[in-house]
Design a binder for this molecule. Structure first.
Ligand SMILES: Nc1nc2c(ncn2[C@@H]2O[C@H](COP(=O)(O)OP(=O)(O)OP(=O)(O)O)[C@@H](O)[C@H]2O)c(=O)[nH]1
Ligand SMILES: [Mg+2]
Length: 432
């Protein structure tokens, strides 16, 4: 155990004191259940979890115990919080994009580019339960169990290709406040994933769009394009406002024990590190599925492991949503959506004028200027002509009445012959 002090004093613990301190920390953080958890999971958790060789390891150890207890308390508190489920659902159903945007730093809601619909995208490995999650979420808001089976679930992930097209699901159906985008699974090839994620996050997503990867064989591409011809694809793109990473908790547990050479957790780590996924500093939420086939202890263990791997708080940003229909799971769904929408609203982009709009406005201004100039110059030249003609007429008439000599002196040719003006032909100049 380390030492500490306040100000200049530094106190060194004796061996007895160290043991006493260790005991008090133990009794503070580890109850009977926690001890069982650590004992039971020793097999697939990195051994550094249990060693306390350095103070850093000890801190990690304490943090894990604290997280574990927080997660367990969360499971217990669901039972008490379930009575607030209807209220929490009502709050979500009355949500409008931008409702949770804070007016800070001098920014007003008008300064943000508030979308008509907030879009949340579901990402995850093959068979992680993305499409099932769409149905699970729909069931929370729609009582009809038939209409809430909206997304095609892959019953056996080793058959077929799973979800291939981007599919938009309004929640609840018919609303325009927020939607979920079900996507094609992550590839085992990380370059494919980076390209795919970059495109969705920077260019937006479109309902019905076929998702092709560079690594797809020409045969698969042909087949997919053939499928795509028969389906309808939306013209409009939506920008993604927040990301939900869906993972199979059972696969994570297996990966933690090294059954798959850690391929599953490595894929999650690589995907999560993609900078395009984050909205400013806010990283995606993680949803763990398949918890119904695991114990609460295993579920907590998976969440803590993922929290460390991905660098997010396991009790607050990782949600345990198994494919079950009970009030606790419904509450977890509502909690997860509330978190996602709040962070989507928090990170709305500022209003910007697109280059096309700016160009359009410039063209308009130039057109108006050209019209004004043309009008002014026509008017001006007409006025000049008019005054010129009037001046000559006045001058000639005064010259004629005052002195006939002067009159004859003005319009003469070089040879001295008088110029006869056909006044009746140019009368229109001053009569206009
Ligand atoms: N027991 C259990 N099974 C689940 C859960 N979520 C999904 N499944 C099953 O997992 C399989 C795959 O689910 P999908 O929802 O199709 O997974 P997906 O991520 O959409 O799969 P792809 O579209 O192929 O990427 C299906 O057999 C589901 O019934 C869960 O929480 N618990
Ligand atoms: Mg799917």
């Amino acid at each position: 155990m380390g030492g500490g002090g306040d100000g200049n004093s530094f106190h060194c613990y004796s061996h007895e004191e160290e043991e006493e301190e260790e005991e008090s920390v133990d009794s503070l953080f580890i109850d009977h259940t926690t001890r069982e958890f650590f004992d039971a999971n020793e097999g697939f958790i990195d051994k550094t979890w249990l060693s306390s060789d350095s103070s850093e390891t000890e801190l990690v150890h304490l943090r894990r115990r604290k997280d574990y207890e927080e997660i367990m308390q969360g499971y217990d508190s669901f039972k008490a919080r379930v009575q607030n489920l209807d209220e929490a659902k009502r709050k979500l159903l009355s949500y409008k994009p931008g409702d949770w945007t804070e007016e800070v730093g001098g920014m007003k809601i008008n300064n943000y580019d508030v979308p008509k619909t907030t879009s949340l995208i579901l990402l995850g490995p093959r068979g992680s339960g993305k499409s099932s999650l769409v149905n699970r979420i729909s069931r929370v808001f729609e009582d009809d169990s038939v209409t809430s089976e909206r997304a095609q679930v892959s019953y056996n992930s080793s058959v077929g290709h799973g979800t291939l097209f981007l599919n938009e699901y309004m929640i609840p159906s018919g609303s325009t406040s927020f939607c979920l985008y079900d996507t094609r699974s992550l590839s085992e090839n990380s370059c494919d994933n980076s390209e795919m994620i970059k495109s969705w996050m920077t260019k937006g997503v479109r309902h019905g769009e076929l998702v092709l990867r560079d690594s797809d064989s020409s045969c698969v591409r042909k087949l997919m394009k053939c499928k795509a011809q028969k389906t309808c694809c939306s013209k409009d793109k939506r920008m993604v406002n927040f990301v939900i990473l869906v993972v199979n908790a059972h696969s994570v547990l297996k990966s933690m024990s090294g059954e798959d050479d850690m391929q599953y957790t490595r894929l999650l780590e690589e995907t999560f590190s993609c900078l395009y996924l984050s909205c400013k500093d806010d990283k995606p939420v993680v949803v763990c599925t398949h918890g119904d086939i695991l114990s609460h202890t295993d579920r907590a263990c998976v969440r803590i492991h993922l929290g460390e791997l991905l660098g997010i708080p396991p009790a607050k940003q990782i949600f345990d949503i198994p494919d079950k229909c009970d009030p606790e799971t419904n509450l977890a769904v509502v909690d997860m959506l509330t978190y996602s929408l709040m962070h989507a609203d928090k990170n709305l982009p500022g209003k910007t004028r697109s280059p096309h709009k700016v160009l359009g406005m410039l063209m308009m201004i130039m057109l108006v200027c050209v019209c004004l100039f043309a009008f002014w110059s026509t008017f001006h030249s007409f006025k000049l002509g008019h005054w010129h003609a009037t001046w000559h007429l006045w001058r000639n008439s005064t010259a004629c009445s005052e002195s006939p000599e002067t009159y004859h002196a003005i319009p003469k040719t070089e040879s001295g012959e008088a110029i006869h003006i056909a006044w009746h032909e140019i009368r229109h100049i001053w009569e206009a």
